[in-house]
Design a protein around this ligand. Sequence first.
Ligand SMILES: [Zn+2]
Length: 350
Amino acid sequence: MNLKQDLGDLTLELVNISSVSKDEKAIADQIESTLKEMSHLKTTRINNTLIAQTNFGHKQRVVIAGHLDTVPANNNFPGKKTATEIIGLGSVDMKGGVAVALKLAQDLASAKYDITYLFYESEEIETRFNGLELVTNEAKDLLNCDFAILMEPTNAILEVGCQGSLRFEVTSTGTRSHSARWWKGKNAIHEITKILDILNNYQPRQPVIDGQQYKEGLQAVKINGGVAGNVVPDLVTVSINHRFAPDTSVVEAEKNMAKLFKDFNFKLIDSSPSAPTGLNNELIKEFVAAIGLEIAPKFGWTDVARFANAGIPAINFGPGDPNLAHHPDEVVTIKQINDVYTSLKNWLSA
Ligand SMILES: [Zn+2]
């Protein structure tokens, strides 16, 4: 891997190494051999996850992290480059960020803090495959640090915390009968107006936490019901996704939802915790002041929550528009990639 080329070309080179989740061996092999050429780094590989640590002897250590995998291609592989942009699968989520981290790894043979670069596998799929989760569970010492910068796309501003997510099902029940003798039954589909009323009348909280305004949400995302063309149905299931702010735990969110739908069968499907903003951490405060960029709340779920869960305060900062992540028209400006690199390099070498 040629780290002498500019960040745009390096991003394109990374985009063009296919690395759909669970197929990251090729990209991990190339990054591993590139990192191993750097004498100021000690590189460890666990499966297809790489951890490269400086040993400058500083008291404080920062993790700079990015995932290597992408979602499956959607007529957007291989990528291409224009004068100002890199286009293609993973350009936004998040090979622009990976390019920045690789370039920093090469260019910072000394720095103000010790740095651990983490390039990890399988962020886009279930937790049991997630490289960060794997390192946290199996070799947590390798992630010892004071805070982590996760290079997920943020349009090159700082996005703090993240909202948690709860998926659950609510069921409306009735009595099955032949539709010709409908009075013998009770139609579960007709009953769901009560569930829809709750959803439509829900007033989402918009709490301000450490100066950032979050926006909770409650959305039906799927509906399942009906038996046949001549049957009064006895069961309808509505799948609902609740997004909750960083001041709420998974347990509290579940309690709130179970209460809201207390008249129905309530079944939790899965949950992801929220993450605090980290803005009261001393090193994050220093980082935010030094970087001097706009701060916004993170609405989507990212692995900052996984870091927070492991006791590591973390912040999102990376090139690319988060709205384009997983989109067939992923495109990132070379300017944003350069800007993020420059901000981090100036901060770390100050
Ligand atoms: Zn991502």
